[in-house]
Design a protein around this ligand. Structure first.
Ligand code: ATP
Length: 342
């Protein structure tokens, strides 16, 4: 649906070249919710603006539904752009217009007959849960309600793509969740492809199917949420994942283990996908002469699939512990067992 093929965007700043987007390749398929994460200055905003040609690429091609926007004649470009909606961090609503007028605005501009506008706006306001706010003005709304108006306005022209530029960054966590739920419904009900940029990993974890991590204009890692979160490779990705999935051993627990006599055997056991529900540790305790002590861990859900990360201590004779570890490692249920200490 949206393909970046070796795309770069170079700005001139005081005679110096700045590569805001640097040789990026991305494929965002129809109906996907695709997240791009990166720190400030990574190039996310530039990247998203290349999709509707607010910015033109310096090199490479951005294809939307197979068409290179930069090569289209103006009337064609206008048509394609109408199929791309956008929502913003600060909502960008017209303060002097009511909710109804804001949502109707793109249709009024396109000179759609009044009756049609009414039917469409009513349907969309109902969809975003604002049917009772039609006559209110933006300054009478909460942040979450304002973003619902922004989403409604983007949807009135029946877009195929929705671009979200830090759409929840100005909202509290609870409101963020409700807006993300709404975006999921937008995709599910209208099969709209959603490209969102954010600096919050929680947002990516909550709603995206795939993620690309940007740094200095480059995509440094990309993949499904499950793969990237369960096995991040680049240090920056690891840092982002750490913001939502704590997997370090807390200092207090390490101290407690270190204080014990007779050495320590602490391992990280990572459960993936279908193995997350396996009673592998209780089997280990039953089949081997070892005690299994779960020190710390969490089971979370990534795209509806359980993912677990446990820190366990095995107590017993060294040889027996080795056999137990071998059993855990060889089991299809466990991806890796890493000695953290000992
Ligand atoms: N119009 C422009 N002219 C010159 N330089 C620009 C322009 N737009 C962006 N840049 C530069 O390109 C780099 C990437 O900026 P961009 O806004 O795309 O990053 P970002 O990841 O979206 O950051 P933020 O989250 O802070 O918006 C930055 O160094 C920025 O200063």
């Amino acid at each position: 649906m949206i393909h970046f093929e070796d795309v770069s965007k170079v700005y001139e700043n005081d005679g110096k070249e700045l590569r805001a987007v640097d040789h990026v390749d991305l494929r965002i398929e129809k109906g996907e919710i695709f997240g791009v994460i990166g720190f400030s200055g990574a190039g996310k905003s530039t990247l998203i603006r290349l999709v509707n040609l607010i910015e033109a690429p310096s090199d490479g091609k951005v294809l939307v539904d197979g068409r290179n926007l930069a090569a289209l004649p103006k009337p064609e470009l206008r048509k394609v752009r109408r199929k791309i909606g956008m929502i913003f961090q600060h909502f960008n609503l017209l303060e002097s217009k009511t909710v109804y007028q804001n949502v109707a605005f793109p249709l009024s501009l396109a000179k759609v007959p009044k009756k049609e506008i009414e039917a469409r706006v009513t349907e969309i306001l109902e969809f975003v849960g604002l049917e009772d706010k039609a006559k209110q003005y933006p300054d009478q709304l909460s942040g979450g309600q304002k973003q619902r108006v922004g989403i409604a306005r983007a949807l009135t022209t029946s877009p195929e793509i929705l671009l979200c530029d830090e759409a929840t960054s100005a909202l509290d966590p609870q409101t963020t969740k409700s807006i993300l739920d709404l975006l999921k419904r937008v995709r599910d009900q209208y099969n709209i492809t959603i490209l969102m940029i954010t600096h919050e990993m929680q947002v990516i974890k909550e709603v995206c199917d795939k993620v690309a991590v940007m740094e200095n204009g480059k995509v440094i890692e990309q993949g499904t949420i499950f793969d990237v979160f369960s096995n991040p490779e680049h240090p920056t990705t690891k840092n982002f994942v750490r913001t939502v999935m704590q997997d370090d051993i807390p200092a207090s627990i390490l101290k407690q283990v270190e204080g014990r006599a007779g050495g320590r055997h602490v391992y990280r056991v990572t459960f993936l996908r279908e193995t997350a529900g396996e009673p592998i540790l209780s089997k280990t305790a039953k089949n081997f002469d070892v005690d299994v002590n779960v020190l710390y861990g969490q089971i979370t859900e990534l795209q509806g699939v359980p993912f677990g990360n446990l820190i366990v201590e095995l107590q017993g004779e060294d040889a027996e512990i080795l056999r137990a570890i071998h059993f855990i490692q060889s089991s299809v249920a466990v991806k890796e067992v890493v000695a953290d200490a000992g």
